[in-house]
Write a protein that binds this ligand. Structure first.
Ligand code: CP
Length: 298
């Protein structure tokens, strides 16, 4: 049965566990995934820039034997005024097997899903969710920590604008995390929105006794910079560097990193056992393979 992949909030814990286990199985042996998408065609439509997500969805499809068609928004008939729902219905008439969609508007993939029976895979929508990022983060956590339940996790940065933080609010509930947030007050959402998460009152407490610290990018394209005196100020009070990075804590970041803002170049380049950013990207390919299998093969 075809399924959408719109957000972690739509999934059950056992769905997420299956996605993580499937990604890890694929990572262990290419025999497990090759040809699973034979004769399948995936259409990607990205309205926002991407390096990791778009490329890993492409590589994942190709490694599984599928074909990828990229819609270039700038050259599409959307630019001539065709509506989004006419576009998705016309593309659906060509019988692809899934759409991978990134959009700057929250809820856009959900909106498109009302106009097609073909699975819609959310590759990040506005400030709403980034579910495949959450899955690849979980794959990485399972790999290094050996479990997902009862973790101590702090997310630091621009929480208000973060679809990664919103997806992890859902994973935190599923896996009974002790989840906290920390960042400038101007980047903290209303307490009602994050009632399940604790707010840390200073960086020392935010970094204390955590299994994982997830750093978030200052999203200059969403005007996050306007909520700060300067990027240097952010680095000084909220950034991790060689003096304050805890030795026993794993450091994660969805990327792209603003070097020497959220994380110093020194820690990024010299903390290979604990800084997991490249491992997250590597696992992104296997996580997205698992997402394809979940949506297309059932
Ligand atoms: N983490 C992430 O979504 O990166 P990209 O914007 O490069 O896809």
């Amino acid at each position: 049965m075809y399924k959408n992949f719109l957000g972690i909030k739509d999934l059950q814990k056992n769905d997420v566990e299956t996605l993580v286990a499937t990604a890890i199985k694929y990572k262990q042996s290419m025999e497990e995934y090759k040809n699973l998408l034979k004769d399948k065609v995936i259409i990607t439509i990205f309205f926002e820039n991407s390096t990791r997500t778009r490329t890993s969805f492409e590589i994942a499809a190709k490694k599984m034997g599928g074909e990828i068609v990229n819609i270039d928004y700038e050259k599409s008939s959307l630019k001539k005024g065709e509506t989004d729902f006419d576009t998705i219905q016309n593309l659906s008439a060509m019988h692809p097997d899934a759409f991978v969609v990134r959009h700057y508007d929250s809820g856009y993939p959900n909106f498109l899903s009302k106009f097609t029976d073909i699975p819609i895979i959310n590759a990040g929508d506005g400030i709403c969710e980034h579910p495949s990022q959450a899955v690849l983060d979980l794959v990485t956590m399972q790999e290094v920590k050996g479990r997902l339940d009862n973790l101590n996790v702090c997310i630091i940065g621009d929480i208000t604008n973060s679809r990664v933080a919103r997806s992890h609010l859902e994973t935190a509930k599923m896996f009974n995390w002790n989840l906290s947030f920390y960042g400038p007050k101007t980047m903290m959402p209303k307490k009602e929105w994050i009632k399940e998460a604790k707010i840390e009152t200073n960086l020392e407490k935010a970094l204390c006794d955590k299994d994982f610290i997830i750093l978030l990018r200052i999203q200059l394209e969403r005007n996050s910079g306007q909520n700060l005196p300067s990027l240097g100020e952010y680095a000084k009070f909220f950034g991790l560097n060689q003096n304050n990075t805890p030795k026993k804590t794993y450091i994660m970041h969805p990327g792209p990193v603003n070097r020497n803002v959220e994380l110093s170049s020194y820690v990024m380049d010299n903390n290979k056992n604990k800084t997991l950013i490249t491992k997250q990207v590597e696992n992104g390919v296997f996580a997205r393979m698992a997402v394809y299998n979940f949506c297309i093969n059932g």
